[in-house]
Write a protein of this length. Structure first.
Length: 132
């Protein structure tokens, strides 16, 4: 399995905005991506025994570790370019409190930002960053 893999909701406009943001701020190409709707994501969810019905979240898989919700976001931030690494400072806030905010946004993301009919198709330049 690939290290540093971000599993995201491929039909969520808000999630796709953040995927684009991460791609733009990950000069080292530390992260790879797979929509939760993809076969590879489904295999990983089964392998890691993750119940997607209970997890409405971005999922970060780093080697054998799995991070969810705001903890995944903090782990991602610390690997981005420049000052964005400083966002990791918010990890001092207890995860349950961070996750309340995360869950509030995640629960409304389709209403606030919309939803696509199909998963995003990576551009030619992005193709190497996406697993299928």
């Amino acid at each position: 399995m690939n290290s540093n893999l971000i599993l995201f909701d491929g039909v969520c406009n808000f999630c796709n905005f953040w995927v684009n943001f991460i791609i733009d701020h990950d000069d080292k190409r530390y992260f790879k991506f797979a929509p939760l709707q993809s076969d590879i994501a489904q295999r990983i969810l089964v392998e890691k025994k993750i119940d997607i019905l209970k997890i409405d979240s971005i999922i970060l898989v780093v080697n054998d570790q799995v991070f969810f919700k705001s903890t995944a976001a903090m782990q991602i931030a610390k690997n981005l370019n420049g000052l964005l690494k400083m966002l990791y400072i918010f990890s001092i806030i207890p995860a349950p409190l961070r996750d309340l905010i995360y869950d509030s946004i995640a629960g409304h993301r389709y209403n606030w930002f919309g939803k696509r009919d199909t998963c995003r198709v990576p551009s030619k330049a992005e193709k190497e960053l996406f697993l299928s």
